[in-house]
Design a protein. Structure first.
Length: 113
């Protein structure tokens, strides 16, 4: 059974930082691309960042230069370092195995102005 569990969300002031982590179990982690998505209230879920099995990364324009995605194949985790957070980053953040249909339960990130 594949499970993804996110952690690290919370409330932070604008300009602050948070680090999200996603632990994956029940999957051949090193053979899958991973992604972080977010969904703000009243909006569609959007891709924030992704990382391939060869560690190639991709970012939404809105987070380039502020967010960094990384993965640890030995620990089967994918992380999202978020710096210089803005109120518009407020959303529920989800991790997902690329093209699998597997999602975590989400973690809330709230950025106050």
């Amino acid at each position: 059974q594949v499970q993804l569990v996110e952690s690290g969300g919370g409330t932070v002031q604008a300009g602050g930082s948070l680090r999200l982590s996603c632990a994956v179990s029940g999957s051949a982690f090193r053979f899958n691309g991973m992604g972080w998505y977010r969904q703000a209230a009243g909006k569609q879920r959007e891709l924030v960042a992704s990382i391939t099995t060869s560690f190639r990364t991709n970012y939404a324009d809105s987070v380039k230069g502020r967010f960094t995605i990384s993965r640890d194949n030995a620990k089967k985790t994918v992380s999202l370092q978020m710096n210089n957070l803005k109120p518009e980053d407020t959303a529920v953040y989800y991790c997902s195995i690329t093209d699998s249909g597997y999602w975590g339960q989400g973690t809330q990130v709230t950025v106050s102005s």
